[in-house]
Each structure stands twice: as C-alpha cells, then as structure tokens.
Design a protein around this ligand. Structure first.
Ligand code: DX5
Ligand code: ZN
Length: 220
C-alpha cells in the first residue's frame, strides 16, 4: 500500500500571516497544502478565492490541493489553474454536468477530484471513477473547520475502495474533516490515501511537530 499523504488545511492557519504559515510547512511532513475555497452559496461560509490562492502559491513548496466548495465551478477552473492549483476538486452536488467539468480540469493539466458531501453515496461516481485522480469523502458537512468527524465515513471509504477497484480507477481516496490522531490510523486501514487536517494541525502548539507525529504514527 502507498504511504498516506498528509494535506494540512490552511483554512485553520493564521490568515494574517499566510506567508509565514506556508513557509513553515515547507520542510514539514505535509505532502500537499489543502486550500478551501468557499463561496457563501454552496456552503454557508466565505473563505478566500483566486488572489489569495495566488499569494499562497508564491510561498508554497508543496502542490496546492484546491477544494472548491462553490456553485458553478466550471467558470473558474482556468483561473484556479493559473493561480497555482495542481489538484482541483469540485463537489458532485455542485455539478449538473460533472463529466464535462472533470474533462475540463484534466484539459487544463490539473489533477481532477470530486468531493462528496456526507449524505451522498459513493456509487454516484461509478460512471466517472475511471476518469478521476482523486475522490474526496467529506467527513463533516463542508463550510467550517473544527467540526466532529462523522463515523459513517469509515464505511464509505471501504465502499469507495471497492468501487475504484471494480472501475479500474487509480484515484486517490482523500478524507476531509475532523481528522485527528485518533481516527487517522483507522481511515488509512480502511483505504484512505490522503488525510486532510485543519484544526488538529494548526490549533496544536507546534503544527510542524504535529504533522511529523502523525506521519510517524501512520508509518508504524
Ligand atoms: C471543511 C473543509 C475542510 C476543513 C477541515 O469545509 O473542507 O478542509 O478545513 O478542517 P478540520 O480538520 O478542522 O475539520
Ligand atoms: Zn477541504
């Protein structure tokens, strides 16, 4: 099995010091930097958008894993690519023409991801699974950091793993929301390839040490 990737979410970082926050992660165990874009429409919160992503990209050493919690993402894909996104993840629930959006992301040279809200079953991805680079299972309702992990997520990881194998898809399984040292090992055991963690990392006394500990825990 591949070693799981760690993707700290900058949503929980100090927005007044994004350069310092991004730079201190440069030598850390972070594999990707997870960037949460919220539009106040798809989710009941507004975070940051294209210019801020561009600023993060100027100081980042790791690939930017961009999670679009926005309606009509098709209008902004090339702008996010130009701002430095390597992975662009759109929500299943926000895309009437999901197949087209996935092809558009790939045509831009980015990795294509689809995120599923907690109520959305994994089987809705059956007919696009082979085209995907990443599936993000939301383990909280999107919109806010610091929420409690929804335990049913573990079952979804198992079901998704099965679906990806059956579809011949090598998409990575990413878990987003409420990830801590207490559920990380079980998630990886169930088949998770990428763990996003916001408040667990940034609300700890030493985010870089917390990432190193998490990495060590998952290697053991
Ligand atoms: C939730 C975001 C998550 C969030 C995770 O809407 O998509 O990426 O930042 O934060 P924690 O780890 O605090 O749940
Ligand atoms: Zn996210």
């Amino acid at each position: 099995r591949r070693a799981p990737l760690l993707a700290p979410s900058l949503l929980a970082a100090d927005f007044g010091n994004l350069q310092a926050e991004t730079e201190r992660l440069a030598g850390s165990a972070a594999d990707w930097l997870h960037c949460d874009v919220m539009d106040g429409r798809f989710v009941p919160n507004i975070s940051f958008g294209i210019p801020v992503l561009q600023a993060i990209h100027r100081h980042a050493k790791q690939p930017l894993d961009v999670h679009l919690m926005i309606e009509e993402p098709q209008h902004y894909l090339s702008a996010f690519r130009d701002a430095g996104a390597q992975n662009i993840t759109v929500h299943y629930e926000a895309c009437t023409h999901l197949h087209r959006v996935i092809q558009q992301i790939k045509a831009l040279g980015c990795n294509a991801g689809v995120a599923l809200n907690p109520h959305t079953p994994v089987w809705v991805l059956e007919d696009v699974a082979a085209d995907l680079d990443l599936v993000c299972i939301m383990s909280v309702n999107p919109g806010f950091g610091g929420q409690a992990f929804i335990p049913n997520t573990l079952r979804k990881v198992t079901a998704l793993k099965e679906l990806l194998v059956d579809s011949g898809s090598d998409a990575l399984i990413e878990i987003d929301g409420g990830v801590t040292r207490d559920n990380a090992s079980a998630l990886v055991e169930a088949g998770a390839d990428v763990l996003v963690a916001g408040s667990f990392v940034f609300n700890s006394p030493d985010p870089v040490a917390t990432l190193a500990e998490l990495r060590a825990q998952l290697m053991a």
